[in-house]
Ligand binder design. Sequence first.
Ligand code: SAM
Length: 216
Amino acid sequence: MRLRNIAGSREVIADSDFTVKDPEKKKGLWHKEVFGNNNPIHIEIGMGKGRFLMDLATLHPDINYVGIEKYSSVLLRAIQKQEQLLLPNVKFIRMDAEVLCEVFAPDEVDRIYLNFSDPWPKDRHAKRRLPSREFLKRYDQIMKPDGVVEFKTDNKDLFEFALEEIEPAGWTLDAVTRDLHNDPVMNEGNVMTEYEERFSSLGNPIYKYIISRKGK
Ligand code: SAM
């Protein structure tokens, strides 16, 4: 998702109380300094306009949510929504997820959501795909031992690639569906993202997996 450049979006982000500036200074301090509680931390990488994250945060006030998005023009939309909702359990970071391990300490994160991640179809860009083994290794470094990654997409090629990355990266497949909306077990309590609503309305099936590091 890339909206046209919106003048002033960087300034709005810099001034907003809902974005965490210099997030690497919060490494190991997210519970104590950012949220002021010990509730679990769930993050969405590539949050887009933040609808999914804020719907979840409304449903689960006892969980802290961090939305990560690399483009200011998109993050701006999430900030504008949060200015209306004022959810105390939501913060945003504008950054590329490649630096995740500089921002979160080991064991600091309980769950990671990847929703409709950019497919990066060229082979030479495979390392940029958010469910790639390179990223799974980063997630491994910041998550609690029982942490899970939940990934949804309508992109079959990206999903097949993601499934093949699980084992080499040391993760375990806990649940999988190739038609989420017609899978009564995995669809229970499903919160739709903006892309999910758009693509499922075109008739595209939604793929989903949940992975963990069993025995870690
Ligand atoms: N998750 C939303 C949804 O499902 O509606 C948005 C999906 S959109 C296709 C993917 C988003 O991920 C874009 O806004 C893009 O800027 C962001 N993104 C992609 N790679 C990223 C990265 N490495 N770090 C942070 N954000 C990233």
